[in-house]
Design a protein around this ligand. Structure first.
Ligand code: DAH
Length: 339
């Protein structure tokens, strides 16, 4: 009898709860009215009184252990059903992971770099905090010349020699100072101007500067390169025209217009009914600029161009307020998910 009960205790100890059904059959086997314990208790009656006390101790231990197992097993099942697999409804729809989107300015910048990359341009960077030499003097802006007022500049208060760059043309100078021709680079980046914020102007915006310097570079090369760019950026029907302009660092200088991609040149409020929209400034690098960078202007010539990325993005996506690019409104930003 004692031996039998010890085996039963071992069986109870070894029991591990895995499911409701299994716990219920444990209960039926040991603790129900017709279970093992009931049977053992009734057998106790026929045991010799002298042995009864000892056997009774074992039987009580078996009973306590079985009841404890049942209680703990029920608790375990309860807590695992809160988070566990037992109650998961696999038919519920999943929670979607929302896709992030590239910023439209990043998309346009990437595309511009891509288009020029196909004809051999690489990317160069320069600092946003710039000195007078790289932002102005080396680019042929004479001291106290009104051309410096073309761009309202943020100067650092304590040192008038340091400013936030007003254009990425400063990177031209840095590249020409450190690289021998042939040079073919694009310089994307942020620029800053002390302007009132409106739908058409901001105190910071993005530009891309382009520079090509080699022997025998001509204005014809400039025109063909920028024509190729306009057709790749917009579409094959896009026409270009060049209007004479003035920049201190190029001679001759021009501004390039493209045929209005919204009305196809017929006239609308984007092109102010002219059929053309301006997209960039350009020209042949002024010999003074080459010489300032220790490049022999008798041997080498080059062209440069600069454009505002916001402007290109506004034309491409028909956006009429430049402020929206820096407001981080997700309703705007998530429209670019697939690009
Ligand atoms: N730096 C000029 C601007 O910020 C843009 C520009 C015009 C860049 C003509 C050039 C250029 O390289 O040749 O308005």
């Amino acid at each position: 009898m004692e031996e039998k009960i010890k085996h039963l205790i071992e069986e109870v100890d070894a029991f591990r709860v895995e499911s409701k059904e299994q716990l219920e059959s444990f209960r039926l086997k040991f603790l129900s009215k017709k279970g093992i314990l009931a049977e053992v208790f009734s057998e106790m009656k026929s045991i010799e009184p002298a042995l009864r006390k000892d056997v009774g101790k074992w039987v009580n231990e078996l009973k306590n252990k079985a009841e404890e197992k049942l209680r703990i097993g029920a608790e375990e099942l309860e807590s695992s059903s809160d988070t566990g697999e037992a109650d998961i409804d696999f038919t519920l729809p999943g929670e979607p992971n929302e896709l992030g989107a590239r910023h439209p300015l990043s998309i346009v910048r990437r595309d511009i770099i891509d288009i020029f990359g196909r004809i051999g341009y690489t990317v160069a960077y320069g600092p946003e905090i710039e000195d007078d030499w790289h932002n102005f003097s080396a680019l042929n802006f004479p001291d106290n010349h009104p051309a410096r007022d073309m761009q309202d500049t943020f100067f650092i208060e304590k040192n008038p020699d340091i400013a936030l760059r007003t254009h990425t043309s400063s990177v031209q100078v840095r590249v020409m100072e450190t690289t021998k021709p042939p040079i073919r680079i694009l310089a994307p980046g942020l620029v800053y101007r002390n302007e009132a914020i409106s739908a058409r102007a901001h105190c910071f915006f993005h530009q891309i500067e382009g520079l090509y310097v080699d022997e025998g570079v001509s204005f014809a090369d400039l025109k063909q390169t920028l024509y190729y760019f306009a057709q790749q950026m917009f579409d094959e029907k896009t026409q270009v025209r060049f209007r004479p302009s003035y920049f201190p660092f190029t001679e001759p200088s021009a501004e390039m217009d493209i045929s209005c991609n919204i009305c196809g040149g017929k006239g609308c409020n984007v092109c102010k009914y002219s059929g053309w929209v301006e997209i960039l400034g350009c020209g042949m690098v002024h010999p003074n600029v080459l010489e300032n960078c220790k490049i022999d202007s008798k041997k080498y010539s080059g062209f440069a161009f600069g454009m505002g990325i916001e402007r290109i993005a506004m034309l491409r996506y028909q956006i009429n307020d430049l402020r929206i690019f820096s407001e981080n409104d997700v309703r705007f930003l998530k429209q670019f998910t697939s690009l």
